[in-house]
Design a protein around this ligand. Structure first.
Ligand code: SAM
Length: 242
């Protein structure tokens, strides 16, 4: 009885790990956010397993049935359309219920969009905060206000049609000169990593038809004087603060 969370490629199909393939081959059934999308990947990998749908619209109804199957001794794998299940995708609820029921859970390491975006950004990554998707309407301004004083690099998921509006809101809250990056279509043929102050990113993307999937990284506020320096500023260990 075990639940595996199996990351799948965010674009380039070569990014599936050997262990992900072995795990998908070994389980009793696969739970997929979209059975058609995962069906394409599974056919590509030559894996034929019972495939059940598990997404945000049915997770509350199906979670107890799945717990029942796991308790009967079944081994299940959860996959999302792309990347790591549970990261801005369904998974949290099932993991929490498994833990409550003493069912073993294992998340394989693998593709996720925010790590390459953060590293490609060239922004400090010794400390960062993953913000996922901002609320679309209610709570959006409150969240942005909360982030105004954030000193860590902030990582956001965003859809292409909201990119420009979001960058403009960021410029209002963080200032137009704040360094940022937009990573588009990571691991795909037209991957693009655009870096610069928010004002430059706005000018650049205002002239384009924005397509594909993207991640925005925004550098945090400069630490105020007297506060600890960012770790990347120090190339030798300094004595601890008194
Ligand atoms: N579970 C996924 C993960 O581990 O990254 C995230 C799923 S979330 C529903 C989808 C969002 O992830 C997209 O809107 C985009 O912000 C980001 N994303 C996924 N694939 C991407 C890619 N190839 N390039 C850039 N961003 C991507």
């Amino acid at each position: 009885m075990k639940l595996y969370l199996v990351p799948t490629p965010i674009g380039n199909l070569d990014d599936i790990t050997l262990r992900a393939i072995k795990t998908l081959q070994s389980v009793d059934a696969i739970l997929a956010e979209d059975t058609r999308t995962s069906g394409v990947l599974l056919r590509h990998l030559n894996i034929s397993k019972p495939l059940h749908s598990y997404h945000i619209f049915n997770e509350h109804q199906t979670v107890q049935r799945l717990i029942g199957q796991l308790k009967e001794g079944k081994t299940l794998a959860l996959v999302s359309d792309a990347g790591t299940p549970g990261i801005s995708d369904p998974g949290f609820l099932l993991v929490r219920e498994c833990i409550k029921n003493d069912i073993s859970v294992e998340c394989l390491p693998g593709p996720t969009a925010f790590v390459p975006a953060l590293v490609n950004s060239g922004l400090p990554n010794d400390r960062f905060t993953f913000e996922g998707f901002l609320p679309h309407k209610k709570g959006r301004q409150t969240r942005l206000t909360e982030l105004a004083g954030e000193e860590r690099t902030m990582v956001f998921y965003e859809s292409p049609h909201r990119l420009l509006k979001t960058l403009q809101q960021f410029a209002e809250v963080f200032g137009p000169d704040r360094p940022a990056s937009v990573s588009r279509e990571l691991t795909k043929l037209f991957e693009e990593n655009r870096r610069g102050p928010l004002s430059e990113l706005i000018t650049y993307f205002a002239q384009k038809t924005i397509k594909g999937e993207l991640v925005i990284c925004v550098q945090g506020k400069e630490p105020s004087r007297g506060k600890a320096k960012r770790v990347y500023d120090n190339d030798v260990d300094e004595e601890e603060d008194e």
